[in-house]
Design a binder for this molecule. Structure first.
Ligand code: NAD
Ligand code: USQ
Length: 401
């Protein structure tokens, strides 16, 4: 089977490409290096050094004997997308290639527009290419649990049966996303669902929770195969940030009360879930939704866990830069991937110790000023585009376009 991994230079796309290549699939990766550009723009960097995509691909061939085909280009350019799909002839496309930071999307108008154009237009170009070239391609799309928000009822896997004024239907679960980034994922989901209905395309939307971890069985085979490990307040996700803050001897920054509860999963489970979705494709015309996480934690609980694993750490509650519920009900279904055979890696002492060791090995690369959040959801002046860029924002970059 031929699989094209879009966003194959990213935190999750690169290890997924390696995992699928090792499992015997013919793999291609595509990326426009936008993610590396955001780092330059924000003046931050992955804690673990990462090789160029060219070197990564070369290294993987040296280590495994397997070739990964590379496509360098932007999904918002329709000719690039069309030519790539026509040339690679994938059976499955795994689509990770989006701007994925909620704070980045909330910096100001330009960043909100960039995020939604990049994500929504990229996915639309892809849908047209699939429909034109081979409608039987299975699109495995990375969505997010944040599409649902935090309703005061149980969250279902994509759809809910509703009886209204005596009539019953199964309808998409209501969406209440919490940032322009999360909104872009909702827009994508609607566009993909429409193309499944209208054109008979087949797709699985993986509504993924927050990923933690850095090592996978393939990325540890050589330092040049490492994937990125972000800790800054814009791209670092919460558990990875807490571990790196602990390694730096800095207090763990719980926003507000810390009762914000989310679904989480180990990076190794991302790879397993994507492979399960590939091996059990959606039917033609089907828009299938899986909730892809393995456990739920509140932010406060996670901070406590990290404090226990790294003795001597402290927790600080700082004003929440986001508009979100800080205490709320949260219960979300996540049985469909388990039914397909997922055996999850649950969060335990071993994983935390591994992450702390990685963080301590690179502690001299931590830029302390990058730890503090500076992007605010709510504006206090009439100028809604007012989030100041951090002072270290000095290097040239063309983002956002
Ligand atoms: P990432 O930013 O590390 O990787 C995304 C990659 O896509 C980057 O290499 C970037 O350069 C590329 N890209 C972005 N726009 C592109 C474009 N227009 N054309 C070509 N390439 C483009 O992000 P990640 O953490 O690996 O996340 C991957 C996907 O998974 C995203 O869609 C994200 O929304 C989703 N997701 C991530 C998490 C998480 O915790 N990291 C959780 C849930 C869902
Ligand atoms: N938080 C803190 N302290 C911190 C950082 C974050 O308390 O130092 C809190 C946030 O306020 C939020 C929660 O932790 O309530 C999660 O924040 P996050 O930055 O880890 O995750 P989020 O912004 O939701 O985004 C990440 C990925 C995104 C993905 C999403 C999955 O960046 O691509 O879609 O997780 S989900 O949350 O399920 O929508």
């Amino acid at each position: 089977m031929r699989i094209l991994v879009l966003g194959g230079d990213g935190y999750l796309g690169w290890p997924t490409a390696l995992h699928l290549s090792r499992a015997g699939y013919e793999v291609g990766v595509a990326d426009n290096f936008a993610r590396r550009g955001y780092d330059l723009e924000m003046g931050v960097d992955s804690l673990v050094p990462i090789a160029s995509l060219h070197r990564r691909v070369e290294c993987w061939e040296e280590v495994s004997g397997n070739r990964i085909e590379m496509y360098i280009g932007d999904l918002t350019e329709d000719e690039f997308v069309h030519d790539m799909v026509a040339r690679f002839r994938p059976d499955t496309i795994v689509h990770f290639a989006e701007q994925r930071s909620a704070p980045y999307s909330m910096v100001d108008r330009k960043h909100a527009v960039y995020t939604q154009v990049n994500n929504v237009v990229g996915t639309l170009n892809l849908l047209y290419a699939i429909a034109d070239i081979n409608p039987s391609i299975h699109l495995v799309k990375l969505g997010t649990m944040g599409e649902y928000g935090t309703p005061n009822i149980d969250i279902e896997e994509g759809y809910i049966e509703i009886t209204h004024r005596g009539r019953t239907d199964v309808l998409p679960f209501p969406k209440q996303p919490g940032s322009f980034y999360h909104l872009s994922k909702v827009h994508d989901s609607h566009n993909i669902a429409f193309c499944c209905r209208a054109w008979g395309l087949r797709s699985t939307d993986l509504n993924q929770g927050i990923v933690y971890g850095q090592s996978t069985p393939e990325t540890t085979l050589h330092p040049d195969l490492a994937t990125r490990f972000d800790y800054d307040a814009v791209f670092g996700t919460v558990l990875n940030r807490f571990v790196i803050q602990a390694a730096a001897g800095e207090p763990l920054t719980v926003y507000g009360k810390g009762g914000q509860t989310r679904g989480f999963l180990d990076i190794r489970d991302t790879l397993a879930c994507v492979e399960l979705a590939i091996r059990h494709p959606a039917d033609p015309g089907e828009f299938r939704v899986f909730n892809q996480f393995t456990e739920t934690f509140s932010v406060g609980e996670l901070a406590e866990k990290v404090c226990q694993a790294a003795s001597g750490s402290t927790i600080v509650h700082i004003d929440d830069p986001r508009v979100e519920m800080q205490e709320h009900y949260y219960r979300a279904a996540h049985t469909k991937l388990l039914d397909l055979g997922l055996l999850p890696f649950l969060l335990g002492d071993e994983l935390l110790a591994d992450l702390l060791a990685i963080s301590r090995a690179h502690v001299d690369r931590i830029e302390l000023s990058a730890l503090q959040p500076h992007v605010m959801w709510r504006t206090t002046s009439s100028d809604i585009s007012r989030n100041p860029m951090p002072e270290r924002d000095s290097t040239a970059s063309d983002h956002p376009r």
